[in-house]
Design a protein around this ligand. Sequence first.
Ligand code: ZN
Length: 663
Amino acid sequence: MTATAPRAAAAASSLPPPGGLNSLQPLRGGPRELRPQEHDQGREDESRLRSSRPGDATIPAAVSRAPRNPSRIALAISFFSLFPLLHCAPAPGPRRAVREPRPSPRAVLVSFDGVAGERLETLLADPAKLPTGAFRRLAARGFHAVRSQPPTPSLTAVSHITHVTGALPESTGIVSNTMLDFAKLFPATISGFDAPIRAETLWQAARRQGKRVGVMLYPGADGKGPQRTANWMMTWPGDPVAPGKLRSLDAAAWLPVEASEGPPSFSPVRRAVLSFAKTSHSVRLLALDRTDDGRVDYDRVLVVSETGPRREVRVGEWFPVEVASGEGRTGAWCKVLALAPDLSRAEIYVGPLSRSTGVPREWVRALDDQIGFWPGTPDHEAFGAESGRSEIFLEQTDRLVDFLTRADLLALSRRDWDLLLVYQPEVDEVSHEFLLIDPRQPRFTPERSARFLRLVEESYALADRSLDAVEKSLSPADSLFVTSDHGMTAIWGEISINEILRQADLVKLDAEKNVAATSPLAGVPASGIAHVYVNPAGAPGALDRAKRVLEDFRVHGESPFDRIVRRDDAEELGLRAPESGDLIVLAKPGFLFTKKIEEGAPVGERRDYGGHGYRNVYPELDATFFAAGPGIPPSRAETIGSWEIAARVARALGIEPPRNAAR
Ligand SMILES: [Zn+2]
């Protein structure tokens, strides 16, 4: 695999030496400082790996995809076991070539956000589900723990940092997805994704020991400072350049066009311009009538982007729009949702204008050139559970997975890594929106539940499809670890901790209705947990009162809280950390904490359906874990702790685990 190959078709010809990861390692015991776990249970199963050797296929261009059956797409993409060539990287050589000296071990750790071990187990037990079979193969050929227990709280930032450090939040300092920012004035907050990590991470430990690390979107590895940087990385893009938006056009939006300007059309060509909010970018649309039937019936739109080819689309079709930018390939996936034949009404979805980020620039350029622009995440406002257009949410998810899979394969095809960390968000995105499985949830009906559950299951199938492609691109000498950060549970209510405390005069609001700088306390909520911090400038006693107020709080006669614990007493939760609130409040599953503060409304109905972020004792909130590779024999366990993962990966790489890791 040296040169650039003709695109496409070649994929199927990449043939691989047989092999596969063979052996596996037994799990080791839990971390020393682990809390006693209370739950048990879970199950799940199989898989196997397959090896294949890089062929010379390149990554297929992003294709515009009509709505389709995602599982079929899944099959289609896995077909391309793409092993893209990366022009900018040194050409990879076959790692296992017979005459080469024994290659140094490589390991890949993949995290599929939100994959619940129990749900995955149920799907694995049903031959009709997860048709690509990657999770099954992996379980069959390696070690599989049905459930990987997250730390408390089971939140994305917290849990990822635990599994890459092997340490609990009390040692990592990442105690929530949102925390008080002690470097700023009370009560400013910082994201748990951005806050300093006190424990050594896998990428730091590997680099310290001379290993090269690549990162694809992994939480915590964002390139902000040397401790958060790998040798090369694709980082999670922040907010889009412009958000996605549904646009409705009436007849007046379509203006006449000079006859010479338009393409052939049986009715006069008309044009509309859609701009991307808060930017100078826009896209021109030309309405065309392609049927010679003597009637005015516009049926196509010619899309004229700032850059890239023009393309003609019909109702129901997606189209990419790219804009001119010096900061990397930037574009939006858009869709014609409706187009009245007389142009009296048109509805166009203009997707989030987005671009990839990472380091170094050459790597981002390679992603831009070979994979395309970052397609953005699915739009829950436009296509969420209440939209009546949930199939479009899944189409967007599918596109994102396709993009990420191709990007991951490009990363895998580089030869300059020993450890590769890969992250994908699809199951989390879909489960948050559509996990309608409990009659207590708003607008629950059995029919709606079944329909939404199919979407959730499709997201698992997409993860399976992506894993299939990753697995097939590895050699038998490589180790592959697959995990997730938490499961997901049904949500029906939301609680405003700041409104509860405001009603007791323990929280004061400023003119913008945010917690005031002079407030005695500030609640910092994130999903299932709220940290309550005492204002250092405040009077003593507020915390005691707050604890009593919260302990007395009831929803339908019951406390919605699972634990209300002072920081000093939070060792049992793994949260006795200076970053934690003076009071730590965990909700019972079913309730989430909201940031909203509406006077008189401490409790409200939840808009979305899936949630997490609770104490780590609820089996449905557990993640999953698979390991395969040299020295890892087939075996199975019901549960491991997510804090065991860092040491396992280190072992496969032949390095010492991160300094704080449970061994
Ligand atoms: Zn997550």
